[in-house]
Write a protein that binds this ligand. Sequence first.
Ligand code: HEM
Length: 341
Amino acid sequence: MLMPRENSLIIDRKSWPKDRRWVIGIATISIVATIGYLYEWVSVASLPGGSSRSGFLYGIVAGLIIAFELLLWPRKHVRSWRIGSAQQWLRAHVWLGLLSVPLVLMHAKLLFIGGLLNWALMITFLIVIASGIWGLVLQQFLPRMLLEQVPAETIYDQVDHVASQQCKETERLVKATCEPGIQALHWDKEHLHENLSEQSAEDDNDDPGFVVVTGFRSMTGIQGKVLDTVPVYKTIQGTQSISNHFFSEIRPYLTTGRQSDSLLVSPMETSRLMAKLRATCPTEASFVIDHLEHVCTMRRQLDLQIRIHHWLHGWLLVHVPLSVALGILLLIHVPVALMYW
Ligand code: HEM
């Protein structure tokens, strides 16, 4: 898949030796092109545009670059097009895209242009470039933020499933410990799964007497799901308020996160509720309250993951459709410009 993993960077310190060659190449071409343009400007004593010698040449090169930029789409989505590595394509995409800016500006008479089609083309081009730079900037720091602030990161498509699974497991624990008449048999022995999305057979066990509590843990860089180990043999008296708060406030938050408009979105409000429960419930129930606090933290992390994911990918909703529009406008621009030359 061409898209870098959400926590990998297109351009970073490690890629600098490769990027340096691009930077030197592009800077050299831009300087030479600018000198050629200035020379023509001085020799003909008027601002060269698309029909001048240098302007025409830069227009052809910029057009070819834009065509190459558009090829990123088939490279990414058409299986038989897998020529070259994803990183090579992306690096060429970013650096050649930037090179097209001075070339297009000189081709377009440094923006002293007229005509609706020319302006539509120019504005579309500038938005595509600006959105590309914005996306690149986002990809520089959001993946790191994801890594640091979302240790419970899971596969994006499975966020809802993981959240609902956690909620179901927590509900079993609350029912077993805080509601008279439902007996918990035991907690599962602690073990670590390498994959967060992996669901153990126990997770699907609907036996109301079997309690499995899931947490997330990071060990030597491997994040995993932890099934905790606390034996529970009977209902704990005086814990009805835990169950009440779970069903009225915590469960809606665990299932729908930020969309629930719950106050538990705030870590401070969560701590306040947990402190209240600790103060009013017997100490033997503290592991249940600890777990509730823990799953609220996990839910907050999953919400942050969703938001980061939207930021990381949302800009493509501008970049891609407008780059298609740019290609279409360019196809109209070329024959029209040649006709009026
Ligand atoms: C005329 C110029 C450009 C055109 C026509 C263009 C077009 C495209 C297209 C078609 C895609 C593929 C999107 C997809 O299918 O996912 C793409 C992705 C992308 N473009 Fe551009 N682009 C241009 C310039 C730029 C520039 C100047 C930059 C950055 C400085 C940039 C950064 C990116 C990035 C980061 C991606 C996402 C690649 C990925 O993560 O898979 N683009 N662009």
